[in-house]
Design a protein around this ligand. Structure first.
Ligand code: ZN
Length: 585
């Protein structure tokens, strides 16, 4: 597979060289210099953001913890400005594709940092931003070094905790109620990281008794500092709390930095509203078509949305038994591979099969399925498809979960998470190696690809092209469409909780519990919920544009492989690279 990756990359470079740019513009010296710059940039980045470094598997600064101060904010801004200056030395058009996309990702990261400090200012209104729990949990549960070595880092890191929370208290003013409550809840979780995880690992370590005592005393100090912060937030007088809604301007700007789309937030919102209308029309058609097959003794309700809901509920009853949930997933993976090979949709490396496993204990609590990929510094580790266990579910909860992931949706979930969704994209991105893309990779491209493959597979006939499969796919797809509508409406258009529940439950056919969870998520996050639909839309539109341009010469397999060969870059830049290539051929 490695070889295929290199071949693809070379083709891409050749394409650019023969494009409107003369060969001499692809400047080797400039690219070499940019490679050196990138290495230095990452080193500096990790020094500046030690917790982020640890989370990415870079452990040199594990013993550090950043304490916020006015000075610190100034340092971050000058770091960003200095690097933006350095970037000016490079003309992106003269960089090879992999470097060009890295260039844009770095630039966006730096500009976003300055904007975050000067405009967004969440360090003033989001108390949940201050939490040391995860940083300490990661080090304690890490496997990268012997426990005693990790505890030594942790010992120094603990020194910063009281100052960390003192700074938090100083910076917080006029926080939102939602983020305050979240901060209280999550920092209580951080207390338990220290009182159980950290304490336990000190006790079972081979450190001397004296050293252990010293560290345990520090653990107590950390717990006291966190509890003090929780008390501070619980008693905070906040008569005119800031709204959790971002408002149009901040939202539009955040969308630019986080999503890096060719579309504006408003445009994507409009596209989502239209898509919802289309989906409702299609779903009503299918429901009418299927009605007598499933409800022969009942008249179809006049209310279209009601009828669709009844049909979805009926089809959701077709699901696997709780004991065979994981086996069902394991069986579907080779079926997906076979289908893709038969239809010639994309090259899948037979040497990199996906390992399906029961979700490990430390991940439990979030049922469902997810991909665990090794970080940029741990390339050779396995990639796993984690499947949540239903063992602890009551019969009612298990039934409700299995209805959600019924026979139809389970197949779409496997396409999304595994093949040819996230897992396949990951293998391709590893073939155009870029640490920049591993750490700054574009979430909308990654999610958009997984969402795109769902539709692509169904269009190619996966699932037998049955009306049932399409109806359930539309229901699933409606979720990402409504994520976008919800996020934009709530943050920009003042949508109320009641209206949000109507959107999710009545118009997107979700369960009450899921809709409530989504409401909570939209009150403490912004923009991220748009990434799925935005990435999907851009990829789908790009494909359709290329199809129009190339006519009979368009090959789906080639499009997929070329698209993925650029790694996790924003779709708009991949679009430029692919369209450039078309002009040159
Ligand atoms: Zn996903």
């Amino acid at each position: 597979m490695k070889r295929t990756g290199i071949v693809l990359l070379c083709l891409a470079m050749l394409g650019c060289r023969t494009s409107q740019e003369p060969e001499s513009t692809m400047d080797t010296a400039l690219n070499d210099s940019f490679n050196i710059y990138k290495e230095r940039f990452i080193e500096e980045l990790w020094k500046m953001y030690p917790t982020w470094a640890s989370s990415q598997g870079y452990h040199k600064y594990d013993d550090q913890l950043t304490v916020l101060s006015e000075d610190r904010l100034r340092t971050e801004i000058s770091f960003s400005k200095a690097n933006l200056d350095s970037l000016k030395k490079y003309d992106p058009d003269k960089l090879i594709p992999n470097n060009r996309t890295d260039y844009y990702l770095i630039k966006n990261q730096l500009e976003g940092t300055i904007w975050g400090i000067e405009e967004y200012r969440s360090y003033e209104w989001n108390p949940a931003q201050y939490n040391v729990g995860e940083a300490f949990a990661d080090i304690v549960s890490g496997k990268y070094a012997p426990l005693e070595e990790r505890l030594h880092s942790l010992n120094t890191k603990m020194n910063f905790v009281p100052a960390f929370y003192a700074a938090a208290k100083k910076f917080i003013k006029n926080p939102t109620i939602e983020h305050t409550l979240l901060a209280i809840e999550q920092n209580k979780g951080a207390v338990s990281v220290f009182s159980s995880m950290v304490r336990d690992s000190i006790n079972r370590s081979k450190l001397g008794a004296h050293e252990q005592q010293m560290m345990l005393a520090k653990v107590d100090t950390c717990i006291a500092a966190i509890n003090n912060y929780v008390d501070f937030l619980s008693n905070l007088k906040n008569d005119s709390p800031r709204s959790f809604r971002l408002g149009k301007e901040l939202y539009a700007e955040k969308f630019e930095y986080d999503i890096q789309s060719a579309y504006s937030a408003e445009k994507i919102y409009e596209k989502a509203v239209n898509r919802k209308k289309e989906l409702h029309e299609e779903m009503a058609k299918i429901t009418t078509q299927l009605w007598s097959k499933y409800f022969s003794d009942q008249k179809m309700p006049d209310d279209k949305l009601k009828a669709i809901r009844m049909m979805i509920d009926r089809l959701s009853e077709e699901h696997v038994h709780r004991d065979s949930f994981q086996t069902a997933i394991e069986q579907q993976i080779p079926e997906l591979v076979e289908f893709i090979n038969k239809k010639d949709l994309i090259y899948l490396d037979p040497n990199k099969p996906l390992v399906v496993r029961k979700e490990p204990e430390y991940m439990q609590g979030v049922a469902g399925a997810s991909i665990s990929a090794p970080g940029p510094y741990d390339k050779n580790a396995n990639t796993y498809y984690n499947v949540g266990s239903l063992a602890s579910y009551s019969p009612e909860d298990a039934e409700s979960y299995l209805k959600e992931y019924n026979k139809y949706i389970l197949q779409i979930l496997n396409i999304h998470e595994a093949i040819p969704g996230h897992y396949t994209q990951l293998i391709y991105s590893n073939n155009s190696p870029s640490i920049i893309k591993s750490i700054l990779g574009n979430g909308a491209m990654v999610e958009g690809w997984a969402v795109y493959t769902e539709r692509m597979m169904l269009e190619e006939g996966y699932g037998g092209n049955t009306p049932e499969m399409w109806l359930m796919y539309y229901k699933w797809h409606l979720r990402v469409v409504c994520n976008t509508i919800l996020d934009y409406s709530v943050h920009v258009k003042n949508m109320t909780q009641e209206e949000a529940m109507d959107l999710l439950v009545n118009q997107a056919f979700q369960q009450e519990a899921e809709a409530k969870g989504k409401w909570r998520r939209v009150t403490v996050t912004s923009v991220q919920l748009c990434s799925y639909f935005t990435g999907y839309t851009e990829i789908y539109d790009l494909r359709e544009d290329l199809k129009k341009k190339k006519g009979d010469k368009f090959k789906l397999k080639k499009f997929h492989e070329e698209f993925l060969s650029y790694g996790s870059a924003p779709v708009k830049y991949i679009r430029d690279l692919l369209i450039d290539k078309e002009i040159s051929q």
